[in-house]
Write a protein that binds this ligand. Structure first.
Ligand code: PBG
Length: 322
């Protein structure tokens, strides 16, 4: 045998030399859940190790993460039913606890890259990402609300707006309003290929944001499709997105590669709640090694072509490699 691939695997130092993909804390964005009030830190039942923080403790958490080298955060708010309505009016109330907390994060830690989420679901009494009328999700009428929400978040100092709603035309609509209002430096990380997935379950528990009727299949993509991701990628690129995101990550590694091969924009992937909880649950049963599984998963997402990974493992990974 002249060719023996095993020679390049013979020792740790040789394996390191030929290693193609590397992972760094700098690649990661840590999603955090915010609740109203103070001195609250409540574990999400279906996401062991992940908490819902009130603003004061969220700031502490960010401070700890900064010490571990994490520099980017995506904050999601959990709203009580009493603040929800059919038009998500709380989402652009400048005094709402989410916007106040975002403002405070940027004030205390101006160096962090702060990302926010744009969609109606946390504020909507229907639990959908868009406006609902007679059981249907309205597209164009939703855009105005999403744009107002984006503007309020940009005004609070957010660095990257993350439209996760999957309405058609929203990236361009938001970009125009931000630009007209002087927020030309606020970036948009578009949820470009967001699939109608079973893996969002624990996240909806964390935010109490499950849809009150039906599902999200008229706006989120069909897991059977990949061509549509190219259409979405084209549109988001034309409409001025700065990053294209694929979500979830693990069942969609081919989509990450497809977008990375076809678009020059940096690709982000969201290693979603269900993907986190699957590993945590099997590790609790002693069926899988959590750390090794985490490293393998994050590396595979990067190998597929993601430049940026949103992951609930961020703090654990940062602590592990510290
Ligand atoms: C809201 C939103 C969802 C997630 C991020 N933004 C849930 C959904 O679309 O129902 C899921 C994130 C996760 O599961 O970790 N539009």
């Amino acid at each position: 045998m002249l060719r023996r691939p095993r020679r390049n695997r013979k020792s740790d130092s040789v394996r390191k030399l030929v290693e193609e993909t590397s992972l760094s804390v700098k690649d990661l964005i840590f999603p955090l859940f915010l609740i109203e009030g103070s001195n609250k830190k409540i574990e999400v039942q279906s996401m062991p190790g992940i908490f819902r923080f009130s603003q004061d403790l969220l700031l502490k958490e960010i401070e700890e993460c900064l010490k571990l080298g994490i520099t980017a955060f995506d904050v999601f708010p959990a709203y009580p039913e009493s603040l929800k309505d059919s038009v998500a009016s709380e989402s652009y109330n400048p005094e709402t606890f989410y916007l106040k907390a975002l403002r405070e994060v940027k004030k205390q830690f101006p160096e962090v890259c702060l990302m926010s989420d744009v969609a109606m679901d946390p504020y909507s009494s229907d639990g959908h990402d868009g406006l609902v009328k007679e059981g249907k999700i309205l597209n164009d009428e939703t855009l105005e609300i999403l744009a107002k929400m984006s503007l309020a978040q940009a005004d609070a100092g957010v660095d990257i707006i993350g439209p996760s709603d999957m309405m058609d035309g929203r990236v361009g609509y938001i970009r125009e309003l931000l630009d007209e209002s002087g927020f030309t430096d606020t970036s948009i990380m578009s949820y470009t290929a967001k699939y109608a997935s079973a893996f969002y379950g624990p996240f909806r528990d964390a935010l109490d944001s499950a849809p009150k009727f039906g599902d999200k299949k008229t706006y989120q993509m069909n897991p059977a499709n990949s061509q549509e991701a190219l259409i979405e990628g084209d549109l988001d690129t034309e409409e001025g997105a700065d990053f294209l995101m694929v979500k979830p990550a693990l069942s969609y590694l081919d989509i990450i590669k497809l977008l990375n091969d076809n678009f020059p924009l940096p690709i982000a992937a969201y290693n979603v709640s269900g993907e986190y909880s699957m590993i945590k649950a099997s590790a609790e049963k002693g069926w899988i090694e959590s750390d090794r599984a985490m490293l393998e998963v994050l590396l595979s997402i990067k190998r597929a072509g993601a430049k940026v990974i949103l992951t609930y493992f961020a703090k654990e990974y940062a602590s592990l490699v510290k």
